[in-house]
Design a protein around this ligand. Sequence first.
Ligand code: PMT
Length: 320
Amino acid sequence: MADCQQLKAQFATPSGVEEAAHRMADFAMHHKREGRRVVLITSGGTKVPLESRTVRFLDNFSSGRRGATSAEHFLDAGYAVIFLHRHRSLFPFSHRYASLNWLDALQLVPSEGPRQEEELPSGSCLRVEVVPKVVPGLVPLLQHYQLVKEAGTLLPVEFNTLSEYLHLLMAAAQALSPLGNSAMFYLAAAVSDFYIPASEMPEHKIQSSSGPLQITMKMVPKMLSPLVRDWAPQAFIISFKLETDPTIVIDRARQALGTYRHQVVVANILDTLRTHVILITQNSKTDLYLSEEEASCGKEIEEKIVNDLNARHTAFINQN
Ligand code: PMT
């Protein structure tokens, strides 16, 4: 079992953590005063370096879509959201255009007004316009995003490496502790289970001339254990369990609940990730599906997950 001091000894504090910790603490206190619940969403994969002057690293498939989409639905449900996400993984609102080349979405048109003009050598003036059909739904999305920005209910915090993730999770738990049971942890990030300690890592780029690569990696301590037990014992905590084998996923999710004794595990299978999840608690199992028809209307399974968890969180607060 890992505690704070052990973790700090194993993973040196990266720069920027202290500043992010202050931002998270201020955000949490502000929304506590406003009477809002706060959810910490973790999102995206973690990068584990193989060399200290890193050229190569171990990564995983997570795109951050689950976290980014869920963040939007939590905002709609009235939560303030700390979005702890992997640098350059998908982001709330903008993820809908993640595969877009923005230069294809913009066009130059002759301009008469003085604003946003760029004078060309020929003396003609041009301004930039969006091509609406290349970015469908942009106006309502932008309005939604701007409302969220004005309300100050979304705090993005970035990590890149495993070590940054671990330290920021600890700092977030500390920031949210004054909220007690109105805080929720929604741990959708795909965190590496393996790493190479700094003391055992080669400094320079591993040479292919030395032949096939053999590395031994250490186990990353499970953060859920100290999070549930020590860092946020009053909070409503949801972990995720991803498996590729559908025959083991429920057992693995139940095992996690039994070991860590938190509130909910969201189990999902790689092949059906976007259309089926199973919410497991100590005494219930709830399947949520997204039908083809719902998907074709632009509905997302995260809306169902968030609605369900919001109701469970209310019941949890009332019980406690
Ligand atoms: O990002 P997307 O492409 O949308 O994909 C979403 C997802 C599949 C990544 C997401 O839905 C998901 O399932 N995330 C968890 C992936 C997983 O199975 O992780 P795990 O089995 O390694 O960990 C299970 C839980 O333990 C996680 O909630 C994790 O936060 C936690 N954990 C993991 C490692 C670690 N050292 N400490 C932890 O506490």
